[in-house]
Design a binder for this molecule. Structure first.
Ligand code: SF4
Length: 224
């Protein structure tokens, strides 16, 4: 109960500072899925350029990407970085959807969170964070997204142990917060905002919206 209250108070402090983040950016569920795959290890501005290239080339559809050759797709998504690897991951995802649902991304996403998670995790190159991002933001199903910002922030605030894994951190949020999709979507976005500006590998606690909550900026091995 105390943790639940603390988590809500932390959210309110971040929301007051940053305002609602309106995540996930992207025009419709297919773009959200593609964005979730392309955003690994790069910033969103670069992903937007890659999405813009796909749109401009008239290939923003499952069937169009499914039928593109690797080099052409890699060239279009080049701004997102690691474009050869990401083109393979994107193709793996798109081929999986195309084989099961054709061009109908809504049909693919219209499955339970557990089914989606197991299908997505079976696609080569789709990790836990990407799968959960697709489930929460594209499918609109309840699952809390954990990333390195979340693990760092939570450990520094003593709400998790530095060695806790993805499932343990995720379980803390899911068992403490009300199951409110809007809250879960925006909570993750607020953590990313804090993580980018303040809770970096070397914490900049002065001026952070969470500065008034008990914390240890050097807790755990997050200073790289
Ligand atoms: S920067 Fe400091 S106050 Fe802000 S979230 Fe990280 S540990 Fe907490």
């Amino acid at each position: 109960m105390a943790t639940a209250q603390t988590l809500m108070e932390m959210y309110e402090a971040m929301l007051e500072r940053f305002g609602h983040q309106g995540w996930w950016p992207g025009d419709g569920p297919l773009e959200v899925c593609i964005g979730a795959i392309l955003t690994q290890n790069t910033n969103w501005t670069n992903v937007e350029k890659a999405l813009g290239n796909l749109r401009a080339a008239g290939v923003m559809s499952i069937s169009a990407i499914a039928h593109m050759d690797h080099d052409a797709l890699a060239e279009l998504i080049r701004p997102a970085g690691y474009f050869n690897i990401k083109a393979k991951r994107l193709k793996n995802f798109i081929s999986h959807v195309f084989e099961s649902c054709g061009d109908d991304i809504a049909a693919f996403l219209d499955r339970s969170a557990a089914t989606l998670q197991s299908e997505l995790m079976g696609i080569n190159g789709i990790g836990r964070e990407t799968a959960d991002s697709i489930i929460l933001y594209a499918a609109g199903k309840p699952t809390f997204v954990i990333d390195r910002y979340t693990c760092r922030l939570m450990a520094r605030h003593g709400l998790t142990c530095p060695e806790d894994d993805y499932e343990q951190v995720k379980d803390l949020f899911e068992s403490s917060l009300p199951e409110d999709l809007g809250l879960w979507k925006d909570y993750h976005a607020q953590i990313v905002a804090v993580g980018k500006q303040y809770c970096r590998p070397k914490a900049k606690c002065a001026g952070c919206p969470l500065e008034s909550f008990p914390h240890d900026p050097v807790a755990g091995d997050f200073a790289q």
